[in-house]
Structure formats: C-alpha cells, structure tokens
Design a protein around this ligand. Sequence first.
Ligand code: 7TS
Length: 414
Amino acid sequence: MNVTSGIESGFDIKDIRQHFPILQRQVKGKPLIYFDNAATSQKPQIVLDALSNYYGHYNANIHRGIHTLAEEATAAFEETRDAIRDFIHAGHREEIIFTKGTTESINLVAYTWGRANIQDGDEILISNMEHHSNIVPWQILCKEKNALLKIIPVNDEGELDMEAYKKLISHKTKLVSVVHVSNALGTINPVKDIIRLAHQAGAVVLIDGAQSAVHLDIDVAEMDCDFFAFSMHKLFGPTGVGILYGKKDILENMPPFMGGGEMIKEVHFDKTTYASLPYKFEAGTPNIADVNACKAALVFIDKIGKENLRQHENELLAYATRELKKIDGLHIIGNAKHKVSVISFIVDKIHPQDLGILLDNSGIAVRTGHHCTQPLMQRFGIPGTVRASFSVYNTTEEIDTFVLALKKAIKMLA
Ligand code: 7TS
C-alpha cells in the first residue's frame, strides 16, 4: 500500500497541527492542550485513513488465503515489517516480531529466553528507573528460578550511576534489562556503554525503547543490543502494536511463546515442529489493521524528519524548563544532562493529582502519579509527580497557557 503523508517539506508547525484532528477539539470549553505524549501520542489523519482504508477495502486474514484481499492484507502487513526493520536499522526482517506492546515484548523475552536460560543463582540487572513492565516480569522469573534481581542506582539528577553499574556486573549477570529513556524523568541513558560492558561480562541485553523510539535515532545493529522493545502507539501509530527486535541467532534458539495457528510447521499429536522466524513468535491472527496503519505513522515521522522533530521538542523542553524554574516551590524531578521532552515536577505542599485536576479544567492534559515507576518515586521519597511531555505538534504558546494555568492552580491550592 502506498501512503503519502501530505506533510509540507520543512518544519511548519501550523501544517503539522492540521494533520491531527483531535487538536481541534475542546476540553471543558477550552482548546485541548495535550501534554501527555509520553503515555501515548495523538494520531495524524493518514494513520486514521490507513485504518479505515484497511477495513473498507482489504480486510482479510493474512498468511493463509490465496484470494486477492488476503494477498493485499498480507503484503501490507509484511511491508510494515520491512518499514520497521528500516526504522530501527535491523539487519534482517525476521528479527522484527509483532506483539501488542512493549509490555508483551518484554514478557515474551522473560517467558521464553528467560525460562530457557536463567538458572538458580544467576543474576538479572535492571535499574531504579524502570517502568513496572521492565521490573515485574523479571521478578516473576527470578522467583521461579531462584535467581537474583539486582538494581543499578539512580543519582539525585536522575541519571544512572555508571560506577555502581560497573561494580554490579559480573560473570553471574546473565541479563541486563534497562530503559533507553525514562518515562518519568526524561533521562537518556548511555545504552551503548551499558551494552558494551554487559557483553564483556557475557550477559545478554534488553533495551526498553518505549520512550526512545519516537525521539532518538534507533540503530539496533550499531547499538548492538540483543533485544529492543517498543510500542507504536507512542510513535503516532495505533494502540495494540508492539515490536520486539531480537538478534536472529538468539531468537532462533529461543523456545516459542504462545502456541497456536501460524507459529507451526507441522502438528502431530506426538510432535509439533515450529515455523521459522518471525512467525514462530506470532501465534494466531495478529492485529492486522493496526499493524498496517503503522506504516503510515512511519511515513509521517520520516516526512517530518527525526532531526526536525528533535530540534522542535528540545526547544519546547528548554523553554518549559526555564519557565517552570521561575515558579516558587516548584521542583523539577530529573535534571539529567541528556533528556528528551519530558518534565516531571512537584510543588511544595500540593498533591500532584490536585494540580492535574485543575489543569484539566483548563483543557490541559498532563499525567500525574507514579507513572508506573513506583521504585523510582520511592528513590526520590515522593508519591508521584506532575508530568508534562511534549510532542512535535506542541507549541511555546501552549506552554505559556500551561504555566499561567499552573500558577493559578498553585495559588488556589496553597
Ligand atoms: N516502558 C516504558 C519506559 C514506558 O514508558 C512504557 C509505557 C512501557 C514500558 C509500557 O508500554 P506499553 O505500551 O506496553 O504500555 N509508559 C507509559 C507512561 O509513561 N504513561 O502511560 C504509559
């Protein structure tokens, strides 16, 4: 399926905003200001069109029919796999596995590679800034295998303590699983160093790319990670599509995840053989419509250009940081040297949720709470934060409105 973005060349914020119908709506009688992009991004019209085009023109199950619709649906699905491979610079299309999200991608590794490779006394290293989806699967695995979960500490700025990491890693470490970019703090972690050191110790590395894939250039081959997980709904794509990248030789040696249709070569009651990669890990009817619409999301990103996107987001981050720092009693949590456009903050004596409710009354969507990073909140001794996360369609004018509404809310609640 050919998709064109309709995006003007060069960076034109007015043009970009026009591609997102939701930005036209009002919330509580005010124009929507959407600053919850780290939770999920909004979707451009071409992604909405791709969804409706699939259901309206070529809806069919894939990989099994020989009729025209099935062939078209299969071709679009496999073209999306190629587009994802190009997007993250994987060496082989077989290394791209469709899941329903980052959470499922990480669990797939825990339930297959983990159960086959982790033994009594082995160690798994994660960090203090992980999302719950990169903590709980490893806790379950460690409990089952009598393995040990060790934690890389985070410093006061919200950066990983790399000296501590070097001390924690040893021949007992079988897996290092860390987040590329923190969803709660915005910190960009030095994953290349983390991966190099882990490999020197003989450990396998999983990178949680849920937050990085939309902001940073991802080159899994150069990064040399063994697994990379992300969700397309944070990259202007539909919900329900995740990606697991895995190195081919590792995936080939992993047992399957779910059993069922499409993942087999031959089924006999006494023996079943499995399909080749990537189908071994894609049992059942996949999320065809949403996967196919992801290609439109990638076309959209490509047309804007990651460099333009990053420059715009960095300007918003710098502007908002400067403005928020002027507010008395407001403390930014996460002041790492390298950050994406995520700002978490607390205000003295005011609960984040109360601020969130008042901001919503002004049409402003922010996230409040622990952001599924409770151990990180415990590290900072706080119940949660207010988090504003910016995307390509946000503006400095929106930040001005947000800062004004925030000052008003603080005054009301103080
Ligand atoms: N890892 C990180 C770093 C994340 O930010 C998220 C989702 C996940 C994993 C899980 O992704 P999912 O698509 O499988 O849910 N983060 C957030 C957030 O910050 N607010 O809502 C979801």
